[in-house]
Design a protein around this ligand. Sequence first.
Ligand SMILES: *Cc1c(COP(=O)(O)O)cnc(C)c1O
Length: 497
Amino acid sequence: MLYYSTRDRGNYATASRVILKGLAPDGGLFVPAENIKNLFKENLPTGNYQELAVNIFSQFLGDFSLPEIQFAVSAAYNFNTFEDPAITPLSQVSEQTFSLELWHGPTSAFKDIALQVLPHLLTTAALKSGEKKEYVILTATSGDTGKSALEGFRDVPGMKIMVYFPEKGVSDIQKLQMTTQEGKNVHVIAVRGNFDDTQTGVKQIFNNHNINTKLERAGYRLTSANSINWGRLLPQIVYYFYAYGELVTRGHLQEGEAVNFVVPTGNFGNILAAYYARRLGLPINRLICAANQNNVLSDFINSGQYNKNRPFYNSLSPSMDILVSSNLERLLFELSDHDSEQIQYWMELLLKNGLYCLDKKTLSKLQELFWSDYADDEETLETIAKTYRAHNYLLDPHSAVAKKVLEKYLAQENDNHLSIVLSTASPYKFTGSTIKALYDSSLFKGLSELELMKTLSQKTGIPVPKNLAELEDKQILHHQVIEPQKMPEHLQKLLLN
Ligand SMILES: *Cc1c(COP(=O)(O)O)cnc(C)c1O
């Protein structure tokens, strides 16, 4: 399988190049250059999570050998890394609705699924390139991604990871998760500023020619692990096949019967993986794209106009607070039958005016498969409470947004298919919101997040994931706080001394 860019179909790249590069040189995103339509249609892959992953990765990682793929999969998905042997267990919430839990990994966030395996794909790709460099992963984080990346890259040979987070811009739990991070190759740095300052600092390092040259001479290469990397998207295709197989095995579905997936969406990575699963032949009826009050995507899917010129809300589902969903570019490329000129045109308009409009034909293709709506904070809290009371199932705010949007869908469309809601975070990652949804919050005034976690667990009888429960006893290992302007200098000192 070869790849090319959404903005230029002239240059082919192998899977290992694509994973090493992340972004294409022309600013576009790498996509499979070959037709993957119905590759699995007659023969859906079967087996446990690891077997499915090996099978699906093998179709896409053309220049990786089978043992290389097997190694990466078993290093990523095992009983040390995931608390549940199923990796992504499927729970039944009600007769017609299931929840695919993507948060049983080492940081209780769905980003773990991709970030546990990406480091192994990267090291293999780096070996193939023949260049003897030590890779330095730079990540600016507003919460979940940083911790997930730290756990994924810790002690991976040939890699170092630096995570920068805004000192006051993450939750207490998230901060504790990062500052207690163990591993010989990890650096965690608090930045005096907000997330934008932090991200700008990282970008300035990447764009600083002088620093990059010096680091290259010293044997380092800077890279990012961000969500547009194909190596993060591919691992997400696997759990769609897994969930479907579970429904068939448990007798809820006949093989070939279609289901709906409902995805709480931010950067459009998760739901794009569902789209690729469907291209590969997985029987999917509708893909329901759930947004929060930052509802750029639901407006887009319903009207064909993408317009990022609007107020930004800090919602209770912060990982979905995004106004430009980068991975959408890949979907548009697929829907427009790989028309890279059209993509260039739309992306230029987005950059220039923050706005573009789909033509009628592309819009109708989009709406044939996708359905979208949003849920605000109040609806999110209501849904957490209602779902817990009616079904004894506890949702985090992101998953609750998805559940609410599914309810809106079912109220409008006459649809009898089973639906699977993607659950992207443990309710204990957002204990403050979860507890507020269920109980009178004046009862818990003054309690720290760790205390709230314990209280919620006592009240519901649902155990706290091990990695979060252990935080209390962990030592703070990272104390550094720096000014955003000092980030480039700090990095050089750290690496070049
Ligand atoms: C990242 C994230 C999302 C959004 O996923 P995308 O792939 O960016 O659409 C949703 N929920 C949680 C908890 C996340 O961490």
